[in-house]
Design a protein around this ligand. Sequence first.
Ligand code: PHE
Length: 453
Amino acid sequence: MTNREHFGSRAAVIMAMAGSAIGLGNIWRFPFIVGEYGGAAFILIYILCCFFLSLPILLSESIIGRRTHQNTFGAMSTLAPGTKWKWLGLLTIVTPIIILSYYSVVGGWSFAYLLKACSLQFNPENAEAVTGMFATFSSSAWGPLACLVVFLGLTALIIFSGVKKGIEKFSKISMPVLFILIVVIAVYSVTLPGAMDGVRYLVKPDFSKLSAGAFSAALGQSFFSLSLGVGTMLIYSSYIRKDENILASGTGTALFDMLFAILAGFAVMPAVFAAGIAPSSGPGLVFETLPYIFAKMGAGGQFLSSAVAILFFLTILVAALSSSISMMEVGVAYMVEEKGISRGKATAGIFFVALFLGILCSLSFGPISGVKFLGNTFFNACDKLCSNYLMTLGALMFSIFVGWKMDKASVHDELTNGGSLKGNSKVFPVLYFLIKYIAPLAIAAIFITGLLA
Ligand code: PHE
């Protein structure tokens, strides 16, 4: 594949991969999951999962992607020709499109909330009405749909611009900005009166609060947050040059993602405690609780709290976009490289499929909330299917593929650039052991206990 695009530098690789990783998973999902599972003790388990289970999966995807420089389907067909492994390639094209559809609904909400923050709707006079605003907004039909179209449209625009001019450029600008924004918001949150209880909640582990489901929740969260098991890290790695160190870029990505999640925890939790709200308020934490807090805080300094509200929803929107582009790229690369379709047409095709599913997801908060799949609304069914089953299945298969199907010499070759990266050669036995034995066994065990719980 001679005319394939590549990321320009190590920084570009890490920014793009971190861009995929850092998103709603960090800012919206992480704080409420931490809240549900009891704070600091859960964060510790989460960090362990990231290093010992998720990083090996990330490296497995990187090994396959960079080795073949192809899309997920092409990569599996090249490394295991004529086998059923190509189905894993196909699975990883379908799953990101489903995720893209419901993810874009939440992305659309963040756009709507950015507009609400800009028009100063979170003000002290409005405080009591603000919490109900979310239920009213999300269950209405046209507002969320319009925002869904805007969000998916922006995603398609970046993807249409290509790997270097679209993905790389957007990630290189947005990542540093996001880090600055989240630090500013965390500082604001931590300095609110009464915020220290929230800080304590995040740093002082109380292991008695850990429930049985905490391990599978931590693993699920870390897979979702690192975009694993769905081919996004594989496809981004396929744009990495042969002389780049994939262990360094993978580790850098995992560290940035973890750091960002923890900073998001500090941006959200102290404010929640300061307002005397239960940390276990669930998924509404960011769209109900925080706007309420912004409105309340407005009493002391309307300008400051409005500015923070705007920055906060801008952060969520940009972080969500840098992730949604990676979901779209998996399918686009497949259609361009395997089916010979132009990038423009492939992007438009995926835009419409995701829009169709996204419309159903969005309407399932209101007009079609009565339509249930095994007791779940369409949105929840898509989310559960992907984050509880398909992502875990994909991650498990990637580690089995690299650990058991690929030969050890090729894996070593890819992780050490033909033996030239001496440091990587030294840690190779540990990494290989994690990929071959620990990751698949632990993932299978946690998956099964999660099913039984
Ligand atoms: N990692 C992204 C986030 O944290 C979500 C994502 C999942 C992105 C799967 C790509 C693929 O928001």
